[in-house]
Structures are given as C-alpha cells and as structure tokens.
Design a binder for this molecule. Structure first.
Ligand code: NAP
Length: 294
C-alpha cells in the first residue's frame, strides 16, 4: 500500500475528470479522505453511490476547509467565484490545482483570491472522452496521456513536484509550459477540431429533412466521427471558447485561409495540390500512432 500523498483532497467539481482522478487516488491508497463538491444533489448522490468520496457538500467552502489539496474540475467560467469563496478558508501550505482546458484565464481568475502560503499549480491532463459526470470516469483515463502544468513565476517548486508526481503515478507524461503557449497549442490540437465538429454537425442538422435522414443513415462515411466530438459537454465547451478567445480566433483565421486554398484547388482542378496535402496529413496520423496517442 502506498503512503498517502495527501491526507485530505477536496474535489470542487467531480465529473469525468475529477471522478477519474478520485478513483485513481482511492485505488492506489494515495489519499486519506476525499471530500467532493458539486451544485446538484443528484451529482452528490451519484458520488456517494459510487463511493468516490467520504463526504459530499454543495458548498465549496466546506469542501476546501482543511484540505491539503483542492482540485478544481468545474467548467472554467466558474473558477473566479469558487476562488473568491474558498480563498479565506484555505489552510496555510495547501495546494490548489485544477484540470481546466484553458490556462491563462484560469490563472487570471484564481490567483488574486489565493492567500500567501497557499500554492497554486495550474494543470491540464490532456485526456478525456465525450462523456460527462461522475459516472463516466475511470481510473485509467490518464494512462499514457500528457499532462501540462503551467506554474507561474511565484509557484513553489515543491508543490509543482508533488502535483507532477501525482499525475506521473496516474500514468501521465508531465511537461511544464507557459500558460500562453499552452493555450495556443490546445487551440489548434483540441479547440479548433471541436469547433469544426460542432460546425459540421450543425450544418447537417440544418439540412432539409430528406437530406438529413440520409446523413444519419450513411454517417459511417466520416460524419459519425465528428458527431462523437460534437457530443461533448456544451457548457464546458462554451467556456473554453469564451476563455481562449484570442488563440482560437488566431487559429481559426489560419484555418479559414487554408480552407480557401483547398476550395480554390478543387475549383481549378489542381489535383496535385490536394494529393500533396493529403499525403502530408496521412504522415501526421502515422506519427500519432507511433507516439501511442491514437
Ligand atoms: P463534467 O463531467 O461536466 O463535470 C463537471 C463537474 O463540475 C460536475 O460534477 C458538476 O456537477 C460540477 N460543477 C459545475 N459547475 C460547478 C460549480 N459552479 N461549483 C461546483 N461544482 C460545479 O466535466 P469534465 O469533463 O470533468 O470537465 C471538467 C474540467 O476539466 C473542465 O474545466 C474541462 O475544461 C476540463 N477538461 C475536460 C476534459 C474532457 O475531455 N472532458 C479533458 C481535460 C480537461 P453539478 O452540475 O452538479 O454542479
């Protein structure tokens, strides 16, 4: 049995990501007590039913009090209010960390509420599915995936090392980077693909009835893969786009230009240009498979 890494962990937001981490910490005996916080009673009931926490509460203040680690796993727009509420009760030496998909606004929204002596380690485990809620989590979600930590200049290295250790034990490869760089990288690898999927599925939804039913019937032709991505949580993704506005708009601009170039190649019958691009993209897919990220 592993020595607990944390005596008491508070999960504020315990959906897909929070509950997966809670399951892992529990399974490995890495935590003394788990307190979970969510707004809705049905979420709290589910957490108790699944034995993911020792105690549940709808009050972040009650959850955060006396916690050694406060792990925030709500949609990112909720962070500022959560920070304002928990700031005054955090115990000296506590670590506050998170799993939010955007990092610059998270740091902007949380940092001012955290008292001196509390260590903030912003993080993003780049792992997930299109499902939500505590029932959809699983302990091995993080296995063989990357975790990005974006500590700021003042972050205590010992706190960063402890959070890094936790994610490494969960099977993740941990890297540190600047929050701005994180937001740019994720804009192209995650946020833009989701936006494209939402758009394509939206376009199909708006088609006239006969065409729409044919789209569903023949979805295996490619459309189906987009529908999986476009089934992701609407609130979480609303918050990601509103909170990573600049980087997403920049990548969207570049994408629109590339799309126009393809449009032109199709119009003018420039098959060599199409083939050259499709050959390069096929190689990217191969390198993702080789890097075991498929
Ligand atoms: P999720 O399954 O929808 O879970 C969100 C949890 O937060 C639920 O327990 C929800 O319960 C609770 N919650 C929402 N607002 C709250 C508030 N104001 N105060 C307290 N609890 C609140 O979401 P998720 O997929 O785990 O994502 C959580 C975070 O991880 C997001 O910031 C997301 O950007 C990030 N992330 C997601 C993925 C992914 O693939 N899903 C991957 C990496 C990172 P109630 O509704 O009952 O309050």
């Amino acid at each position: 049995m592993t020595e607990p890494l944390f005596q008491r962990v508070a999960f504020i937001g315990i959906g897909l990501i929070g509950s997966s981490l809670a399951r892992f910490l529990r399974r490995e005996g890495m935590v003394g007590e788990i307190v979970a916080c969510a707004r809705r009673q049905e979420t709290l009931d589910k957490v108790m039913e699944l034995k993911l926490a020792d105690r549940v509460t709808d009050d972040p203040v009650v959850a955060a009090k006396d916690a050694d680690l406060v792990m925030i796993g709500t949609p990112v727009a909720a962070y500022a209010e959560i920070g304002r509420r928990i700031g005054p009760v955090l115990k000296p030496g506590a670590i506050v960390s998170d799993v939010g998909s955007v990092k610059q606004t998270v740091i902007r929204d949380l940092s001012p509420s955290l008292p001196a002596g509390v260590h903030f380690v912003p993080g993003h485990p780049v792992a997930g599915t299109e499902h939500s809620g505590p029932e959809s989590g699983f302990a091995d979600l993080f296995h063989d995936r990357w975790c990005i930590l974006t500590p700021t200049a003042g972050t205590d290295p010992a706190a960063v090392a402890k959070i890094s250790d936790m994610w490494t034990r969960a099977g993740m490869r941990v890297v540190e980077m600047d929050a701005e760089h994180h937001d740019k990288v994720l804009a192209v690898t995650s946020h833009l693909p989701h936006l494209i999927a939402y758009t394509i599925v939206g376009t199909a939804t708006d088609l006239e009835e006969t065409l729409r039913s044919e789209v569903i019937k023949f979805s295996a032709g490619g459309f189906r893969d987009f529908t999986r991505i476009a089934a992701s949580d609407p609130v979480m993704w609303r918050d990601i786009f509103l909170n990573n506005r600049e980087a997403v708009l920049e990548m969207l601009q570049r994408f629109s230009e590339d799309l126009s170039a393809l449009q032109r190649a199709i119009r003018w019958g420039e098959g060599d240009k199409l083939e050259e691009l499709f050959t390069r993209t096929r190689a990217i897919r191969r390198s993702i498979i080789e890097a075991k990220q498929a």
